[in-house]
Design a protein around this ligand. Structure first.
Ligand SMILES: CC(C)(COP(=O)(O)OP(=O)(O)OC[C@H]1O[C@@H](n2cnc3c(N)ncnc32)[C@H](O)[C@@H]1OP(=O)(O)O)[C@@H](O)C(=O)NCCC(=O)NCCS
Length: 307
């Protein structure tokens, strides 16, 4: 790492101790920009296409231009210079409507916020972290008679789970970053089957004898192509991929009960804590998750379409 990149890392970790000390710069095309005083800033551009078979196609536009800025300590001025070059470079590719320019930036580094807004970016996702509590997790509280009943999901639940996952997708698409595709149900079904058979950390909640919610969780490392690489402290993390409560059952404690169950299973020795993505534009999850111990560490800024 150059002195310049170290300055950026130092800045990030001073602002937020949850951020990894070692940054991870992906392989990609290097963009450079010069500030009026001659200082050069860099960024690495990675283009990825989320085709019809890709689960990521539900989480955002298909054609994704992601920039990793390397600004040293140049702050808003460095970001401004680099975003100009980024926009020009992406325009050359003439992307269609289903496209996005993305920058992931520490949530607590607010200095470039107005620059990002001026360049047409909106904060559409947070990578949020909840450290593992110091005390071992207490046994999940038995729910009162009329409360939700939580159990591990099995293959025969997949039909109901897909319906619940579609509810989450529709809400997250209406309120923010997700995208409903023609084959959404098929993609969600494939993902849920994988989670049930290989991960085993899918829970279903029943309320009034009806399927009312689902939590799809797991653990992941911070190495290789992990979305956590260079973002949070290295090691293993639990994650919540999907939490969904049927519209008729919301506000009755189902989401809280599913989260308690998931945390109890994920808060094991060797795990740093739990992570998830939530959108600041989702009025339900942006309140729900901070009350469950999560706080933004990285913010995903997006400009849609990409040009
Ligand atoms: C976000 C979501 C999962 C929350 O689930 P939920 O079951 O509605 O949430 P809960 O009822 O457990 O908790 C919400 C609040 O209602 C309270 N509550 C619990 N029982 C209640 C009851 N009987 N009546 C009213 N409120 C109740 C909870 O205590 C909680 O309050 P708190 O935050 O002060 O603790 C749900 O709203 C949802 O599916 N939203 C759409 C999809 C989505 O956004 N998913 C998350 C994507 S990251």
């Amino acid at each position: 790492m150059s002195e310049f990149d170290e300055a950026q890392s130092r800045r990030f970790t001073a602002l937020d101790p949850m951020i990894a000390a070692e940054s991870h710069v992906p392989e990609g095309e290097t963009l450079t920009a010069a500030l009026p005083d001659g200082t050069k800033v860099r960024g690495v551009l990675v283009r990825s296409f989320h085709g019809p078979e890709s689960m990521e196609s539900l989480w955002g536009p298909r054609d994704n231009f992601e920039l990793t800025p390397l600004l040293g300590d140049t702050g808003a001025a460095g970001m401004d210079a680099l975003l100009r070059v980024f926009a020009d470079r992406v325009r050359e590719e003439d992307p269609g409507a289903d496209s996005v320019r993305t920058v992931m930036w520490p949530s607590r580094d607010v200095e470039p916020t107005h620059t990002l807004l001026a360049h047409g970016f909106a904060a559409l996702n947070h990578l949020a972290v909840r450290p593992r509590p110091a005390a071992p997790p207490s046994a999940a509280q038995p729910t009162p008679g009329d409360g939700p009943v939580i159990r591990r999901a099995a293959a025969e639940d997949v039909g109901e789970l897909v319906g619940l996952a579609l509810e989450e997708l529709r809400y997250s698409a209406a309120s923010g970053p997700s995208v409903v595709r023609e084959n959404s149900a098929a993609l969600l079904e494939r993902g849920l089957r994988r989670s049930i058979f290989f991960g085993g950390s899918v829970w279903i909640a029943e309320l009034d004898g009806r399927p009312a919610g689902l939590a799809d969780c797991g653990t992941m490392p911070t190495t290789g192509r992990s979305p956590l690489n260079g973002k949070v402290h290295s090691g293993r993390w639990g994650y919540v991929l999907t939490l969904s409560v049927a519209p008729w059952a919301r506000g009755r404690g189902v989401g809280a009960a599913l989260t308690r169950e998931a945390h109890q299973a994920l808060d094991v020795d060797g795990v740093n804590g739990t992570v998830l993505f939530f959108s600041p534009t989702n009025p339900l999850s942006s309140v729900f998750w901070p009350r469950r111990g999560y706080r933004p560490v990285w913010t995903v800024w997006e400009a849609r379409p990409a040009a």
